[in-house]
Design a protein around this ligand. Structure first.
Ligand code: AVJ
Length: 353
């Protein structure tokens, strides 16, 4: 049987101190057939900010690359291929839970909701939800500002009565959408954060990010967030070390992204993909390990990588339901419901203030 959990928790007092929204641009896509576009131009080059962040990570003693850099056009194609792999269970398990409980979950979404998709991409998941909920507005947020304009415009054509907005933003750095959301009592926000992307944050950072979400909810808003649950480590590991090497290609592609953004000269063939489950931290760690000593030109400097030295490219945290409820409570959510699959591999949480 599929199961649902329901619980309520203490409320957390206090305001919110998320950093300012790192907006690259904002586009209003207002109703088909001729979407109007109102632009808010970027304050500074988003590429320059991304390059500085990427470079700083690579120059640390223990080199890291933030996982958001995995998703250039080719990275998105490779990630979509990962989602089709036998070994990669999260995508199809999430889909199964959504399909099984769509009506029940939708019945908990407030009327006239502002549906905010964090990391909307092609908006495919939201599109199905918008057929089942009463939304007044759809806001697609993604770091890939250019390409979501089109996918959000397509949502606008499919749902002419829903006001559609594409918001280019790196919401991983905290965000402030209060002005954009307007009267949240009349139109309660429903933040949609699927795909277990929350797993890319370490628990403390997940709390900070979800606090930021919670600060926007008003009295009736909510958060629909999907979480990969703890299971046999061998199963989790296989999902990140597939037999075809698609995940390896996805991981190594980030070095091409670095070369493009920084003008560096990483050679993808000189690094190997590694994925392991860290039992202590409860996460998959994905790395690129130098096959031999590497001298990489990074702007004016040479970054040396010793043989076997890793660049950590992603952490993917896996939670027990209880652990994730604790994260929600720490972020100030007081009520939640969870839906899961028969094996309890993947959790869909609806949380409210
Ligand atoms: C998109 C962050 C949910 O952590 O499982 C897939 C990304 N990395 N294979 C994940 C990913 C390697 C994925 N998330």
């Amino acid at each position: 049987m599929f199961t649902t959990l329901e619980a309520s928790a203490r409320s957390t007092a206090g305001g919110d101190t998320g950093p300012a929204l790192a907006l690259s641009r904002s586009r209003l896509v207002d109703r088909a057939p001729a979407p109007q576009v109102s632009a808010q131009l970027p304050e500074m080059s988003a590429d320059a900010m991304r390059a500085a962040e990427l470079r700083a990570g690579l120059l640390k003693r223990s080199a890291t690359i933030d996982p958001k850099f995995l998703y250039d056009t080719q990275g998105c194609v490779l990630f979509n291929a990962i989602c089709e792999l036998d070994e990669y269970y999260p995508t199809r398990t999430e889909r199964a839970v959504f399909e099984m409980y769509r009506t029940d979950i939708a019945s908990h979404v407030p009327k006239a909701a502002q549906w905010i998709d964090l990391g909307c991409g092609d908006c495919a998941k939201s599109r199905t939800w918008l057929e089942h909920v009463d939304a007044s507005r759809f806001i697609g947020v993604d770091i890939a500002a250019e390409w979501i304009e089109q996918s959000v415009a397509a949502v606008g054509r499919r749902f002419p009565d829903i006001e559609c907005l594409a918001q280019g933003a790196d919401f991983t750095r905290g965000f402030d959408m209060h002005a954009l959301l307007g009267d949240v009592e009349a139109r309660p926000p429903l933040f949609f954060y699927p795909g277990s992307s929350i797993g890319n944050f370490a628990p403390d950072s997940a709390v900070t990010m979800l606090e930021s979400v919670r600060s926007h909810l008003g009295s009736r808003g909510g958060l629909l967030v999907c979480v990969d649950l703890r299971k046999d480590p061998a199963i989790m590991k296989r999902a990140y070390a597939d037999g075809l090497g698609v995940t390896a290609a996805f991981n190594k592609n980030v070095l091409r992204v670095a070369n493009k953004l920084l003008g560096s000269d990483f050679r993808t063939e000189n690094f190997s993909h590694q994925a392991r489950f860290d039992e202590v931290r409860g996460c998959i760690e994905m790395r690129l390990v130098a096959n031999s000593k590497q001298f990489v030109r990074l702007g004016g400097e040479i970054r040396t990588f010793e043989e076997g030295e890793p660049i950590v490219t992603e952490h993917s945290y896996k939670y027990t339901p209880e652990q994730f409820v604790t994260v929600l409570q720490r972020a100030g959510f007081t009520r939640h419901k969870m839906w899961t699959d028969p094996q309890s591999w993947f959790g869909v949480f609806l949380a409210s203030a």
